[in-house]
Write a protein that binds this ligand. Sequence first.
Ligand code: ADP
Ligand code: MG
Length: 633
Amino acid sequence: MAQVQEPAVEQHEFRAEVRQLLDILARSLYTEREIFLRELISNASDALNRLQFEMLTTQEVLDPEAELAIRIQADKEQRTVTVSDTGIGMTREELLQNLGTIAHSGARTFLRQLQEGQISPERIIGQFGVGFYSVFMVAEEVTVTTRSYRPDAQAWSWTSRGDGTYTVAPTQKAERGTTVTVKLKEEAAEFADEWRLEQIVRRHSNYISFPIYVGERVVNRQVALWRQMPSEVQEEDYIQFYRELTLDTEKPLLWLHIVTDAPVNIRSILYVPSRREWGLLPGLRSEYGLRLYSRQVLIQEHTSDLLPAHFRFVEGVVDSEDVPLNVSREAVQQDPMLRHIRRALTARLVKELKALAEQDPDRYATFWREFGPFLKEGVATDPSSHDDLKDLLRFHSSHAEGDGLVSLAAYVARMKPDQKAIYYVVGDDLTSVRHSPHLDPFRSQQVEVLYLVEPVDTFAVLALREYEGYPFRNVEDADIEALRVEVPHDEEADAPFQALVERVRAILGDRVADVRASQHLITSPCRLVAPESGPERELARVRRLLDQEFEVPKRILELNPRHTLVRHLATMQATTPDDPLLPMIVEQLFENALLVEGLLPNPAAMTPRIQALMEAAVNARVQTPTTHQEDTP
Ligand code: ADP
Ligand code: MG
């Protein structure tokens, strides 16, 4: 667009999404309106960070001597609050782009969530930090005066009353940076008070690393907490810093402060939050990663590869003098220094988690419930993580009480003297695996079995293969010799049982691979086993959960010849083979077995049959005439 003359004042319309956001904010009854200040300060601090970065890399800036600071002023008479910074400033194009559209990804997610009608705006404004526009919760009118750091930059002024439009006009501003002047609504007059503003800064922005002046005094601590010695930092300091960093309202579950100079210089504070999705709705955070600083200059906000992906729930900052300031933000992965840092951080984190598991198993269990899935995913997808993670894994087990958890080390420590493998059973949930017929022989010999109830559990165990030389084995393996029942069943000599097997084969047809006697079952009448072992078998259940076109895999049905129900069925087959109850019971046994395996696509379909079976059972007890009353004349 060629332009000869710029009109003095241009009027622009906000983009539709901004109008929507403004509308919500203006109507919001959110009680913590004070967070508008946190957002303005955070933008000022970002602008100072970026200026600092430019000074170190390009040098050519306006006012190179100006103090890097944020100044807040209040005017009771005028009912105004002013927030100024000597940061990077904005050109006209940047103004239009940044304050006319939604730059802030959190604000966009916020809008989407509201549209989906899941939550009321009041509940989440504070946690999202909806950015610059939150100022319209308290403002009647906002004026942004800004001048870019580029030496010959023109200053611009942006004004809006938070209705549908804003204006932009050239203006005079001697210094580099941005000044936001907020004309407060009458009902927000309380904020035109320096004492009040000071409190808000202390509460929400204490650890901003640039001085924040309210009036003439610096009111924030502005220390880089991570550059202090751990012994000098109080517990509350760590907690408050965490809250400012993440906007999480809860305390972190765990933090570690790393101060080391060899082999690389590292000053870092890492936090494990107490919940996976703090405050927000599932899956809201699109970006993760640590803040990377070099000598207190912010290099990158979300540096995702300073820790392995399975630790992406960790929050925190890393500062290192060994990171070159001009490291290209894309090249972070390739930088050998950063690889050193990653190794050091990972090792410390793993060590700390192991210590927690040892010293405070309850708290570790809390950690595991929240973040176990990440670690299991790590084991499943990244073989190089196995050494770090294998001792952090926890499983439900036949030897743990309730939904308690065991480690692999604890399992191995209480293995039977001649036990050669770590056994596991796969199922949809704890209730169904506890009823798995495969557990019969294990239970009778008190051999511990791990319960794998999440799809990712199966992937993790398949990837890990063994622990301390003991392979993982599925309890379903038909050939677990040691666990055969003491008195094996002699099928050859048992003609009625043979006849029953034939009959069951006929009833189930090609829905099963075969029907045969079980050498392992004790209290269960039957079970299904895969014709051969291998990942295919383990993944069948996962497939049922994911795949619409799921076909029930063909399994071998093993009948327990020692079980009363099976014996009675054999007698029935010998004496009254035409009884309709017989095929019904066979069908039901088969579907029960599919169900506990997590392989039955539609369990509800069995209800009519169960009802028919109940009627048959009741009839046999009560011995009523089979005809109904109304049938008798
Ligand atoms: P976010 O800070 O998450 O990007 P905001 O809505 O808070 O979103 O701000 C929008 C954009 O406006 C910022 O990304 C920045 O580019 C620009 N901006 C806001 N305040 C300032 C400021 N004080 N100095 C320079 N740029 C600013
Ligand atoms: Mg912001």
